[in-house]
Every structure is written in C-alpha cells, then in structure tokens.
Design a protein around this ligand. Structure first.
Ligand code: ZN
Length: 359
C-alpha cells in the first residue's frame, strides 16, 4: 500500500512529512477522528513509509518494492504490530498488553515493542480503538509512553479523545483527522462493492457524515428493509403510532448489538424519518424528484400533501422538525424505545389533525 491507496487526509500526510523533515519525529502519535475515515489505513501506510528502504524517512514515501514494503503488503513485517479491540468486546482485554495469565510479560504489545528491531531500525506498534482501554490497560500504556523503549514508535488511534486519560494524550503528538468528502465515501463504497449502483452509493454517502463505516452500516440489508417499512408507515394519512413504534423497536432488537449499537440504530431510524420528510419538503417546494431508496414511497406521500397546497408543505416541515427533536432526545440519552413511542405518537397526531383540517 502507499498513499495512493488512501482517500483524503493530504494535509495530515504533509504535516507529518514536514515535522519528520525538521527532525521532530515523535515516539508516540495519537491519530484522532471519527470512525471509518481511514485512520488505521493511514497508520499502516505511515509505518510502511518509515520502514521502506528506498525512501528516506523525510520523504515519507513507500516504494512498494523493497523487502520491508513487500513484507508490509503481505502483513508479515516482523517489526510491525497492529492490535485493537476484539470484535464483540467493549474494551481491550489486558492480555493484549501483557499477554495471557500463563505468559504474563512474555508476550503482548508491551513486550513486543520492547524487543530489539528484527529487520530495520525500529519497531512500530499501532493500537487501534485506544479509547476502549480500561484503567489497567491505560496504565500499562502510560508506563510505555513515559519510558518508551529505544527504537520504538507507538501509534494510538482513537475515535473519541474524551475517553483517553489526559496524561496519555499529553505524551503523544496529536494528529486530527477530518471526515471524508461524500464523493470519496461513495467511490469507496463502489470500489469495495458495498454498494451496487452509483445512486445507492451516493445516497448512503450523503448520510454518512464522511465515514465509510457509517455508510457501510447504512447499506446493511436489514437496516435498509427496516427503512422501507418505516417509509411505508409514514406515507399514509393514517399513521398507526403504536404499531410502528413496536415494529421499529423489534427491528432494532433483530439487528442485534450491545446497547450502544442499539441506540445508534434507533438514531438511524429517526434520521431516516427526517430524510423522508426532508425529501418531501424539497419536492413540495418544486425541487427535484426524490432519489435513492424508497423514493417512490416518498413520492406517494408528497402527492398526498400536495393536494393540500401550502398547508401540505407546512405540515411536512413540522413533521421534519419533530424528527430533529427526537434525534436530540437520542443524543441526550433518552431511552430509544421511549423516544420512538413519543415521536410516532406526535407524528401520527399532527398528520391526522392537519390533514383533516386542511380538507
Ligand atoms: Zn519500499
């Protein structure tokens, strides 16, 4: 891999290149930014550039051809370690740092990093999900950061800086990453075959906040079918709040995941509802036809409201605002089920009364 295999983040490459050229290479870096924007990939390419034998560190380039580059591409470089939170776990087990109970201190990240480099002049370890260290792990990391082994470099990657000890943050050189541009996200969705059509990719990218991870989640078939069910429920003059809330809560349960994941999925459903009304408003204001998933259902609702003239547009805007409020509730940690109950209740009542009075 080299920088051409990475979307965006050109400023960060330049910044690192300049600081290394000035002799300011750090023992520890902290890469921070939203999930799914390429921080881990960045770290891997960065390490490869430092390992590459054809290019000086100050160039920060990887030839792709020398022995270290080949080993990096094959995932077999003996001085490179990348670890993170195992799938399905909420925090990084301490064994990742210290090794298992039986072999405590004889393996794990801290041990690996303390060994002399086998191939080149340094060892590089990447700790992904650094914001998911527990106290013991964080203390272990802190010790390593306070007394870094010679010829070692540590790269911490975090989605959420607030979850890291200030003492850890202050010992690393912070590199902040920005979300990806929407067109980069949609290109990657197509390239990785997560989306099958450009329209599908663009629609997911537009809602992804510049995160490939979020965009891929949005294209999850179960979430997509839940979205269509939601659209169908919203598109009638006779919205049945209890049924819809029940169906949506059951759908979230079926999607699985821990409480955080479920909250996130509830948040998505609310944003889908927002998107439904947003497209209705756009269309009623004479904008383009709705595009993307469920556009024909939105068109149906738009027709229903268009028959009410300006009252229809007002109604769509009011319903949209109510969804924005529900999104706030989710971010304020109101229980997802409760948030949805009251949201659908309000949406149903508003729709029914307004459509009746406009008749
Ligand atoms: Zn090379």
């Amino acid at each position: 891999m080299n920088w051409d295999d990475l979307r965006g983040h050109r400023d960060q490459i330049e910044m690192l290149r300049r600081s290394i050229a000035r002799g300011r290479q750090a023992h520890a870096y902290l890469f921070a930014g939203a999930p799914g924007i390429g921080k881990s990939r960045f770290a891997r390419i960065f390490a490869q550039c430092l390992f590459c034998e054809k290019h000086d560190d100050t160039e920060l380039l990887a030839c792709g051809d020398c022995s270290p580059c080949r080993q990096m591409n094959a995932g077999s470089h003996p001085d490179y370690f990348a670890i993170g939170c195992p799938e399905g776990k909420n925090e990084i087990p301490v064994s990742v740092f210290y090794g298992d109970k039986e072999r405590r201190g004889q393996e794990g990240l801290i041990h690996d990093l303390s060994l002399r480099p086998m191939a080149g002049s340094r060892r590089i370890a990447v700790l992904d999900d650094a914001n998911r260290m527990n106290e013991e792990g964080a203390n272990a990391m802190l010790k390593t950061l306070e007394e870094p082994p010679p010829n070692s470099m540590l790269i911490l990657i975090a989605d959420n800086l607030d979850a890291l000890l200030p003492t850890i943050r202050s010992r690393c050189q912070l590199v902040r990453f920005s979300p990806l541009a929407a067109n980069d996200v949609s290109d990657l969705l197509l390239k990785n075959e997560v989306a099958s059509t450009p329209e599908e990719a663009a629609a997911a990218a537009a809602m992804s906040e510049g995160s490939l991870h979020i965009a891929s989640q949005l294209l999850n078939p179960a979430l997509r079918s839940l979205r269509l069910n939601l659209y169908a429920a919203l598109a009638t003059a006779d919205l049945r709040p209890i049924e819809v809330a029940k169906a949506m809560t059951a759908g979230i349960d079926e999607l699985g995941g821990d409480t955080n994941e479920q909250r996130r999925n509830a948040g998505w459903l609310i944003r889908f509802a927002q998107e439904f009304y947003r497209q209705t408003v756009l269309q009623l204001s004479g904008d383009d036809q709705p595009t993307g998933q469920g556009s024909e259902i939105i068109a149906r609702f738009t027709k229903l409201l268009a028959a009410r003239g300006s009252k229809g547009l007002e109604l769509a805007m009011e319903l949209f605002d109510r969804c924005v409020l529900a999104e706030d509730h989710i971010s304020w940690n109101v229980a997802p089920a409760k948030t949805m109950d009251s949201l659908f209740d309000d949406l149903a009542r508003t729709t029914r009364t307004r459509l009746r009075s406009a008749r």
